[in-house]
Design a protein around this ligand. Structure first.
Ligand SMILES: *[C@@H]1O[C@H](CO)[C@@H](O)[C@H](O)[C@H]1NC(C)=O
Ligand SMILES: *[C@@H]1O[C@H](CO)[C@@H](O)[C@H](O)[C@H]1NC(C)=O
Ligand SMILES: *[C@@H]1O[C@H](CO)[C@@H](O)[C@H](O)[C@H]1NC(C)=O
Ligand SMILES: *[C@@H]1O[C@H](CO)[C@@H](O)[C@H](O)[C@H]1NC(C)=O
Ligand SMILES: *[C@@H]1O[C@H](CO)[C@@H](O)[C@H](O)[C@H]1NC(C)=O
Ligand SMILES: *[C@@H]1O[C@H](CO)[C@@H](O)[C@H](O)[C@H]1NC(C)=O
Ligand SMILES: *[C@@H]1O[C@H](CO)[C@@H](O)[C@H](O)[C@H]1NC(C)=O
Ligand SMILES: *[C@@H]1O[C@H](CO)[C@@H](O)[C@H](O)[C@H]1NC(C)=O
Ligand SMILES: *[C@@H]1O[C@H](CO)[C@@H](O)[C@H](O)[C@H]1NC(C)=O
Length: 433
């Protein structure tokens, strides 16, 4: 009965081949042919034939070494020019790049199989961000008066590193990302926790008592007992609570100080650091440093807790540090929906309230026609006194329809259905209907 079966042997061999098509050695020149810069690739990779995976690992090890060297170089320059804000930006970006490279290391060093959709996209986003960070550092330094000769060294290192990271991106795509990668489809989702807009929170009795005091602070103590907020055993785990209010009644008077107080590099299992922000207009640009991982900000509702910040290049901040969330603006200055600071800049406002302080032209050039042809500025179904699109800049994409807009929803753009449900944060996955 046990006879050799040529068909299943063939199937087995084919299967084996399909499972590891690119782990076989190939001439370096063949591999380089498919990268964004074959000449750089040929000059950089070892000459001996090897697999894409080995070449990519080699490139990653080199990339890590270069990223470390670059960070030391920036630190050395900062010792000499401590007040140069463009160098501070570069340090921040270089630290992020080391972090990002390490995150890709765990995949690249441990497997040779193509990745599932979301893992592949996460890795591609990280590597693309590394390249963008290098560009951002470059632009910040290049815009300085070239009399700052010390900076030239940094610029030189950057141009090499950018080629290296681009090679890494090419090899990673070839080795770990399938060409016909498709997003898994999810049913249309709306997650509103226990009730519409109601967050389920899991916290210690001590945290709970403090949270009650903050949320119901305007009620007489006797009434608070009756107002018990929704606590569950399966809600968001909260570990530590602080209150922010402008009258100095609680822990902090500004959000930035509260965020600084959050513990560093925590894990999701430890829980979120909850910052309750009382009603008021907070005139600050809120930045969450990368060490602060699980921070939950809760305000008192729409149009109650308002964060406003108006950093821009005119203030003397660099473009990188000014590229932060701007949630509202002072009515005295002209405000725009966006300006094309970089190539391929993309901004979409949809189903939002646009106030009258937005200039009717909507979008403004950054510098003449610079970056206009690759920009993508669009609007969909907005409301408010600033939402009229009849006078918008002609070079903007303008109004898009619901089909196109659905590409920019939480489910599509942020892959929210993959990672938001475990956080229990209420959200709408698709367009608001
Ligand atoms: C990388 O992978 C190799 C072999 O697969 C292993 O020996 C090594 O410890 C890994 N390196 C790190 C830093 O994980
Ligand atoms: C923010 O709050 C901290 C601590 O309460 C304080 O030291 C700091 O001056 C405040 N910053 C501003 C801009 O008010
Ligand atoms: C968090 O890390 C920052 C930067 O490394 C440091 O300045 C700060 O003191 C740390 N904060 C806490 C609460 O550990
Ligand atoms: C907000 O603060 C900035 C300085 O940080 C100041 O120039 C601006 O006038 C303030 N805006 C308001 C509305 O208070
Ligand atoms: C927000 O509140 C202010 C008063 O605090 C009010 O004038 C304004 O109309 C409100 N805006 C919206 C969009 O509800
Ligand atoms: C955009 O315009 C610039 C300069 O006008 C040009 O160099 C670039 O190739 C254009 N990009 C595209 C995608 O058309
Ligand atoms: C536009 O938004 C309104 C609510 O502001 C909603 O009722 C309407 O269905 C939306 N239209 C489209 C095409 O999504
Ligand atoms: C929506 O807009 C896109 C791009 O302009 C167009 O191709 C598509 O046919 C439009 N869809 C509908 C339903 O109008
Ligand atoms: C949605 O985005 C994908 C990927 O960028 C694109 O291929 C597709 O054409 C977009 N769909 C619409 C309707 O714009």
């Amino acid at each position: 009965m046990v006879s050799s079966n040529p068909i299943s042997l063939l199937t087995f061999l084919t299967l084996l081949f399909l499972l590891s098509p690119s782990s076989s050695a190939a001439p370096t020149a063949d591999i380089c042919q498919s990268t964004t810069s074959p000449p750089f690739c040929n000059s950089f990779l070892p000459k001996s034939p090897d697999s894409i995976h080995s070449h990519c690992r080699f490139t990653l090890h080199q990339a890590l070494a270069h990223a470390r060297t670059f960070l030391s170089l920036v630190n050395a320059q900062l010792n000499l020019l401590p007040s140069l804000s463009a160098l501070h930006d570069c340090r921040c970006l270089a630290e992020a790049n080391l972090d990002f490279l390490f995150q890709t290391f765990s995949i690249v060093n441990s497997t040779t199989t193509t990745l599932p959709y979301y893992d592949a996209h996460e890795m591609l986003s990280l590597i693309s961000a590394i390249i963008t960070n290098v560009d951002t550092c470059y632009e910040g330094l290049a815009s300085l008066n070239s009399a700052v000769g010390l900076v030239d060294k940094v610029l030189e290192a950057i141009s090499f590193d950018k080629k290296l990271y681009s090679l890494y991106l090419s090899l990673f795509k070839m080795g770990w990302v399938s060409k016909d990668l498709k997003a898994p489809t999810f049913p249309k989702m709306n997650h509103f926790g226990a009730g519409k807009g109601q967050l389920k929170l899991k916290m210690s009795p001590k945290d709970r008592a403090y949270y009650e005091r903050l949320v119901h602070r305007n009620k007489p103590p006797g009434a608070r007992r009756l107002l018990q907020t929704n606590y569950q055993d399966d809600g968001i785990v909260v570990n530590g609570i602080v209150g922010v209010d402008q009258n100095g009644m609680y822990d902090f008077t500004n959000i930035t100080a509260a965020i600084a107080a959050a513990p560093n590099k925590t894990t999701v299992a430890k829980g979120y650091f909850l910052i309750f922000v009382a009603a008021g207009i907070y005139n600050e640009t809120v930045l969450v440093p990368k060490e602060k991982r699980y921070v939950l900000l809760i305000g008192e509702g729409n149009n109650q807790t308002i964060i406003t910040g108006n950093k821009n290049v005119v203030d003397g901040s660099t473009t990188f540090n000014s590229a932060t969330v701007e949630l509202a603006a002072s009515p005295a200055t002209k405000s725009y929906l966006g300006r094309p600071w970089k190539q391929y800049s993309r901004t979409v406002y949809m189903q939002s309230f646009i106030d009258s302080f937005i200039d009717p032209v909507g979008w403004k050039e950054w510098d003449g026609t610079l970056n206009l042809n690759t920009s993508y500025y669009a609007e969909f179904n907005n409301s408010g006194p600033g939402c009229d699109t009849s006078q918008r800049a002609s070079w903007a994409v303008g109004v898009i329809n619901a089909t196109v807009a659905s590409n920019f929803t939480v489910s599509q753009l942020l892959a929210g259905d993959k990672w938001l449900p475990p956080t229990e944060v209420p959200y709408t996955g698709g367009l608001i209907s």
